[in-house]
Write a protein that binds this ligand. Sequence first.
Ligand SMILES: Cc1cc2nc3c(=O)[nH]c(=O)nc-3n(C[C@H](O)[C@H](O)[C@H](O)COP(=O)(O)OP(=O)(O)OC[C@H]3O[C@@H](n4cnc5c(N)ncnc54)[C@H](O)[C@@H]3O)c2cc1C
Length: 408
Amino acid sequence: MYFNHGESLTEYYDKVVIGAGAAGLYYSFLQGDDLSILIIEKNKVPGKKILVSGGGRCNYTNEKILKNSYFSTVASEEVNDTSNKIRKYIAKYPPEKIIKIFKEWGINPILKSRGQLFSSIKAKGVRDALINKILNKNTTILYNTSVHIDDIKYSDKVFSITTNNKNITCESLIVASGGLSFPKLGVSKIGYQIAEKFGHNVTELSPALVPLQLKESKNRSKLSGISLPVQIRIRKNEIYDDLLFTYKGISGPAVLRISNYWNKGDKVSINFIPNENLTELIQNERSLGGKKTIKTILKAYLPSSFVDLFFESNNLQNTKIAGISKKDLKIVVDYFTQLSLTPTDSEGFDKAEVTSGGVSINELDEYLQSKFIPNLFFIGEVCDVTGDLGGFNFQWAWTSAYLASLYK
Ligand SMILES: Cc1cc2nc3c(=O)[nH]c(=O)nc-3n(C[C@H](O)[C@H](O)[C@H](O)COP(=O)(O)OP(=O)(O)OC[C@H]3O[C@@H](n4cnc5c(N)ncnc54)[C@H](O)[C@@H]3O)c2cc1C
């Protein structure tokens, strides 16, 4: 709807959504046809993160929401309350709901480990299905248009946004502008700036689900490309999953997941033989005569090149189990079952899947509406809600979009 506002043309919409990502698109899909909606998107295409997700197969939810599936960066005394609140919210729009909707669109869930549900079609198909559903409605998408903080005004309960020489006004503003991770896919601080402009607290922002870097060494490049299942630990937090050595350090699901607990200076402890007790294996071998070398035993459980690298830095290469000293045995067992590494840094927002921190949900009501400004909503990754690896972050995008859509 257009009307003249002084000199310039003003467009009025019931709702304006900033960001055509998972949360913004799903929110728009959930709106009734009677409402006029404008989505403003800085990229020239929608849902770029959906396109690259799950290795191109969009891990769009997880069938097992656990106590530690989500976390936020609130003060320690609020942690339990906040994580209960997140799970309570997810329970209002649980994985079954999105699974059902996606099935109706011809997207079937493919179950992988840890309850991860991937789409039966390519991620592009998921993104396209969302767009097709929205374009049947009274929704306009303005691409190639970046919203800047100084362009947003609020008075007499109406928001106005000036962009691309247009004045846009609306009654409800839905901030679905995502986080800061993977800047090449189009990110900005706009969501956090809007929150702060309207009196909200934005908690500390940091890269999450991110690879960790190790000190430069010749071994680092030799290990690059080796992948193996591990148990990785930071303080009391433990993850069993696959680790990948990279050119810069360590990555893979185990590392991305433990990175959520990692602060600069923290050590990580890695058990490379998590499904066996190495000491017991060696003792059994000894009781059989101990004729095998320690290296042979290790190679039965670990990638050969990884084992070879360890023996490059000592003279235990040909040592038989029967002949190994207690001290050397401890060196071997400690290396393979509790190697302690101190990452120098994470790989930062460039390689992080998500952003930890954001707009505190404790300052938003149950519709994720600002407690300070009516009709201002924050959904998706811009909120201080971070999911574990495995579909939990998209699940938050769907759930938060749904909660905001309930507000009438
Ligand atoms: C490589 C990669 C793989 C991932 N894989 C998975 C996965 O398999 N499963 C999973 O659960 N999660 C995955 N994630 C995380 C998931 O993509 C995000 O949690 C999710 O996309 C967040 O949705 P959102 O709508 O809040 O934000 P986004 O999807 O980031 O959407 C925000 C939108 O806002 C737009 N925008 C930003 N600033 C402005 C501005 N100033 N003006 C206008 N528009 C703006 C952006 O261009 C973007 O389109 C992955 C992330 C990455 C980076």
